[in-house]
Design a protein around this ligand. Structure first.
Ligand code: GLA
Length: 657
């Protein structure tokens, strides 16, 4: 179990370093991420490197028994670099330059940036790959953070090359993008631009390809660094830190090239429900690389500095959220950052060692957690404990949020609505791609799978044919990978499986918006009444049975929720998007039908339970104590768990028979 955080010794005089190491030992720190933003200290000028200070701190850490996750330091190029090569600076869609003075001021496609980053990484890896302290490589930092897309000339040139690689001929691109519409026919790749500011909506296929290109451009930067590290003979695991479900980068693709998934997660202490967002993010991290424990690479010890209001964590909350990560597959808890900065943009951001020193609650909690983690027995790796999976697909995310749709949808919140509903019932959930092998699951939920490739449709179909229960929801299976409707209408791939056809979408007027119309679509069924939102689709059952009907508005009496039995499998369709309560009602029905049990039954609403092998972790995220009767052996007390009063943010780890 790793324990530690980002360590930025370059912000401090060297005479503080020995104290840092001594305090780290006191806190039980086992590993630090070193030098993430140290490029300007490592390379004060082009061709001039200064590794002396890094040598000294790595040796010092090593003497103190603290391992190093060595950063490649490429996330914030030094001022000399961007002054000498201004073409390295990224631009927004209006052509405005993102100037130096902050961080992440690099155009991922810039050949100059890549050359300089590559040189720095080569020097670092040459020098340190055999150092016994270095146990992991931390490539860059949060790729795409702040700068979600770059529209610079470097991006323009690289986008053209990317398109030429993809399509071969410009005619093929014209066909795929449907450029006959609005006189967009291109004569050559040199006529194509990133979707810079235009008078009106861009071609949706161009937007979609630009999302793919943006994810790939960032990914190429990662791969470039990874190749350099491996080519130098380094054998340590290589990672880059993710940011949960982050739209600009398709983490499914990235995960395959990461030795270990690492994640930065900052739930808002002001939001009493943010532990659900935490659980969502952790379940995604576990799912990205099944069977391989991931690391919580960054969290805060206490308050942040980048929200409008930065509440402190409650006493015990940092431990509770750390245990949530471990419960959901993490084998390490690290923080941003070790020692709170004295200057710079993040000086109000909490750290393991606060500015107010070791007499603080934060420090006491940090030391206590280090001690507790050191005392934990080895935990089994997660091994697909979940029987339920939710489809989460980046390409669909990008396409679904393109403009000019019947209604504006926020994919992440729609996916989370289902996860939260299941989490609230303490049902364990994985995330999957539709094309994955789904045979280990009993229930798969596919929210708004607007762009569905043939392999995804085949995966979902095989799942149902193999006896699985599938829920497909409104606005699914509408376009192909080029953002074109498929011939012959909607639901062209899944319609036969679902036993329905779709006539129209029926957008609902947003509550409170001007103009008469419906804001919700109530539907009733034997399982209870549900409030639909956003869309009320007009569907026609062919073979499906109707489980629920709209009960008001223009679709009053028309089918809203259907089921089609395919052998032992079932394909459900929900012709609207339920609100939070509706998602609970519907999932409760589906879970009962599929015979899926919660991790532990009958827990209060603030209590979560997650399973990792034979270990179940129970956490009270509420602000009042709860009385529970727990099964199994209390792992930390080595005694039967039984009746316990779980204080706010308290935790129990249970080994079940
Ligand atoms: C991100 C970054 C860190 C730091 C923290 C602050 O996760 O990776 O460098 O800025 O946010 O919360």
């Amino acid at each position: 179990m790793h324990y530690g955080g980002d360590y930025n010794p370059e912000q401090w005089p060297e005479d503080i370093w020995p104290e840092d190491v001594a305090r780290m030992r006191e806190a039980g720190v086992t590993m630090v991420s070193l030098g993430i933003f140290a490029w300007s200290k490592l390379q004060p000028a082009e061709g001039e490197f200064d590794f002396g200070w890094l040598d000294r701190i790595i040796d010092l850490l090593h003497e103190g028994g603290i391992a190093v996750d060595l950063a490649t330091a490429t996330a914030s190029p030094p001022p000399w670099a961007t002054s000498t090569y201004p073409e390295m600076l990224p631009q927004d869609e209006n052509g405005s330059v993102y100037w130096p003075g902050s961080r992440q001021q690099f155009a991922p496609s810039s050949p100059g940036y890549r050359r300089l980053a590559g040189e720095l990484v080569s020097r670092l890896v040459e020098r340190y790959h055999e150092h016994p302290a270095v146990v992991m490589w931390h490539v860059n930092n949060e790729y795409g953070c702040h700068l979600n897309a770059d529209y610079s000339d470097a991006a323009r040139d690289a986008f053209r090359v990317w398109l030429a690689d993809k399509y071969g001929t410009v005619d093929a691109l014209n066909e795929a993008w449907g450029t006959a519409f609005w006189s967009q026919l291109y004569g050559s790749f040199a006529e194509i631009f990133p979707p810079r500011k235009a008078p009106y909506s861009h071609n949706p296929a161009q937007l979609l390809d630009f999302h793919r290109f943006t994810s790939d451009a960032l990914f190429e930067c990662y791969l470039m660094e990874k190749r350099i590290i491996r080519a130098a003979g380094a054998t340590q695991p290589i990672t880059t830190n993710f940011m949960g479900a982050f739209k600009p980068a398709d983490y499914w693709r990235w995960a395959a090239e990461m030795d270990v998934i690492t994640d930065d997660c900052y739930p808002d202490p002001n939001d009493p429900q943010s532990f659900r967002a935490g659980a969502f993010q952790r379940d995604l991290m576990r799912s990205l690389k099944p069977g391989v424990p991931w690391l919580l690479m960054e969290q805060s010890s206490n308050a942040l500095s980048w929200r409008p209001t930065n509440a402190p964590k409650s006493p015990g909350q940092m431990r509770a959220l750390s245990m949530q990560a471990i419960a959901r597959g993490a084998d390490g808890i690290l923080f941003f950052q070790w020692r709170q900065s004295r200057s710079g943009s993040e000086k109000f951001h909490s750290a393991m060692l606060p500015h107010a020193g070791t007499r603080t609650r934060t420090w006491r909690e940090i030391v206590a957690l280090g001690d507790e983690l050191a005392g934990l027995p080895a935990l089994p790796a997660s091994s697909q404990e979940a029987r339920v999976a939710i489809v989460l697909d980046w390409e669909n995310w990008w396409a679904l949020e393109n403009p000019d749709h019947p209604v504006v949808l926020d994919y992440l919140s729609l996916v989370q609505n289902w996860h939260f509903a299941l989490h609230q019932q303490n049902v364990q959930v994985d995330f999957v791609r539709a094309s994955a092998d789904l045979s280990g699951y009993q229930l798969v939920i596919a929210p708004q799978l607007y762009l569905l490739r043939a392999d995804g449709a085949a995966g979902l179909t095989a799942f149902v044919e193999g006896g699985g229960h599938l829920l497909v929801t409104a606005f699914s299976d509408l376009v192909d990978e080029d953002e074109r409707f498929r011939p012959e209408g909607y639901l062209t791939q899944l319609g036969p499986l679902l036993g329905i056809w779709l006539e129209d979408f029926g957008a609902l007027v947003a509550p409170g918006a001007a103009g008469a119309g419906q804001s919700t679509a109530p539907l009733g069924s034997p399982l209870g009444s549900v409030t639909g939102t956003f869309l009320a689709e007009e569907i026609h059952p062919i073979e499906a049975v109707v489980l629920g009907e709209f009960t008001a508005g223009r679709l009053d009496g028309r089918p809203a929720f259907t089921r089609n039995d395919v052998g032992a499998g079932r394909a459900y369709y929900l012709a609207t998007i339920p609100d939070a309560a509706g998602a609970v009602t519907i999932t409760a029905h589906l879970l009962a039908e599929a015979g899926i049990e919660p991790v532990l039954p009958g827990l209060p609403i603030t209590v979560e339970a997650a399973r990792r092998g034979d270990v179940v972790t129970v956490i009270n995220h509420g602000d009042t104590p709860v009385d529970l009767v727990l099964p199994g052996t209390d792992l930390q007390r080595d005694a039967p768990a039984g009746a316990v009063t779980l204080a706010p943010f308290d935790v129990r780890l249970l080994r079940l028979p």
